[in-house]
Ligand binder design. Sequence first.
Ligand SMILES: [Zn+2]
Length: 117
Amino acid sequence: MSMDKRSLYDGLNQLEAELQNSLNNLGEMKQSLQEIVEKNTTLELENQRLREHIRELNLVADAPAESAKQELSKSRMNLEKIYEEGFHVCYDLYGSRREHDEPCAFCLEVIYRESGK
Ligand SMILES: [Zn+2]
């Protein structure tokens, strides 16, 4: 009888260690996923910025003012969408997660600043 208790105890200890190990792995995987998502968002934003910049350069060269305005509001809507999905679009933090969807004045500045520098 006491042997049974002992092997039960050993078994539980082993199971506990395995669960702890799995929990650690889960934590690491979650962390990696978070990093990948943030990196992806950063790249998306960077890509968008570069495209905007190319567009601006082209617009300055040869487009009528009205379509320049339309392009600007389109890229602004993209930034707004990313912000509403819970990521920073401001220069210092862009691509990182807005914890608990905290509002960020710098992001809002980027999205809603007046056009025309
Ligand atoms: Zn921000």
